[in-house]
Write a protein that binds this ligand. Structure first.
Ligand code: PEP
Ligand code: MN
Length: 336
């Protein structure tokens, strides 16, 4: 339920109203827009008398929100959320490129790739230290050593780092990580999401392999319900009957999510296609479709990568994509 306040409502009236709703056991989310102030009520609002509230002096209108996601709902928070990812802004017009290898493999690999992607225009560095692999016999990541190498690459380049967490028990290791990624396979690991909700650090939440956009937003809601509002959503392709690509990139998810939510939406064309030569066209299409950023896998030697070499770009190919992205950025669709 949202309560839209009249322009010029006095602070004491707002506080009175807040206390009234809190007395009913509701949580309040205030959104101060340019033209209006919106009070979002979270909890069981069945006992709230809409007509009574609508008749109050301070109140312009009262609306029931049907969607089960509240904090993530654009109706609660009409302005775009801008997430501060280690000093780099994303969302609300700010566009960023996250690039780096699928997995952290060695110091030379990490530093070489970090320097190259920075020179090409990437503003955040990715790299998996804990890898969710389909096979238990495949490379699982360098774990603590991987995180150490990521931090070293950050020290060398100044790029904030993004890396995936698979288990809440590893959280103490992630203290210096700028953005914590929740991978597609963990999108509905609700206990993990609740733990991330206790942090005050950006979370990059990837869409599950077979999850709807509403389910993605309900997962974001788990994080936000804990008070962590710094959530970045990532479309990374979904499972369909098509086998020519690793997944099917759901491009329409970008404008649909923009309408459903105020959270930034980025696209990962690498996992969406699984094929390096498809990364550029899908990256450009994502930008024009309104994405707030891209996440692209880059490797100094893709043919010998320990994970996802087929979809990884060489630093040169990445530089070309980044350059073309800059050229289409002015054509980015930002209408709701
Ligand atoms: C990744 O980004 O490294 C990754 C494993 O992606 P996803 O969770 O989207 O498969
Ligand atoms: Mn990968």
């Amino acid at each position: 339920m949202i309560v839209i306040l009249k322009d010029g409502t006095k602070q004491e009236q707002v506080i009175k109203l807040q206390q009234y709703f809190e007395g009913m056991g509701l949580r309040i989310h205030m959104s101060q827009g340019e033209n209006s102030t919106i009070m979002g009520l979270i909890g069981d609002t069945t006992r709230v008398d809409d007509e009574l509230i609508a008749s109050l002096d301070a109140v312009e209108a009262v609306r029931r929100i049907q969607e089960p996601y509240k904090n993530a709902n654009r109706k609660f928070h009409p302005a775009d959320t801008v997430v501060d990812a280690g000093g780099v802004k994303i969302g609300g017009g700010y566009f960023q490129i996250i690039a780096g290898p699928c997995s952290v493999e060695s110091e030379t690999q990490m530093i070489t790739v970090a320097r190259a992607v920075k020179a090409a225009g990437a503003t955040l560095l990715r790299g998996g230290a804990f890898k969710p692999r389909t096979s238990p016999y495949a490379f699982q990541g360098l774990h603590e050593e991987g995180l150490r190498l990521l931090l070293k690459a950050k020290e060398e380049t100044g790029l904030p780092i993004v890396t995936e967490i698979m288990d809440a028990a590893h959280l103490p290791l992630f203290e210096q990580v700028d953005v914590i990624q929740v991978g597609a396979r963990n999108m509905q690991n609700f206990e993990l999401l609740k733990e991330l909700g206790k942090l005050r650090k950006p979370i990059l939440l990837k869409r599950g392999l077979a999850n709807t956009l509403q389910e993605l937003l309900m997962s974001a809601e788990y994080i936000m319900a804990g008070g962590n509002e710094q959530v970045i959503l990532c479309e990374r392709g979904i499972r369909t009957f098509e086998t020519a690509t690793r997944n099917t990139l759901d491009l329409s998810a970008i404008p649909v999510l923009r309408q459903m939510t105020h959270l930034p939406v980025i696209v990962d064309p690498s996992h969406a296609t699984g094929v390096s030569r498809l990364v550029k066209p899908m990256a450009l299409a994502s930008v024009v479709s309104g994405a707030d950023g891209l996440m692209i896998e880059v490797h100094n030697d893709p043919r010998h990568a320990l994970c996802d070499g087929a979809q990884s770009l060489t630093p040169e190919a990445f530089a070309d994509v980044a350059e073309q992205v800059r050229q289409v950025l002015p054509f980015r669709c930002r209408t709701l």
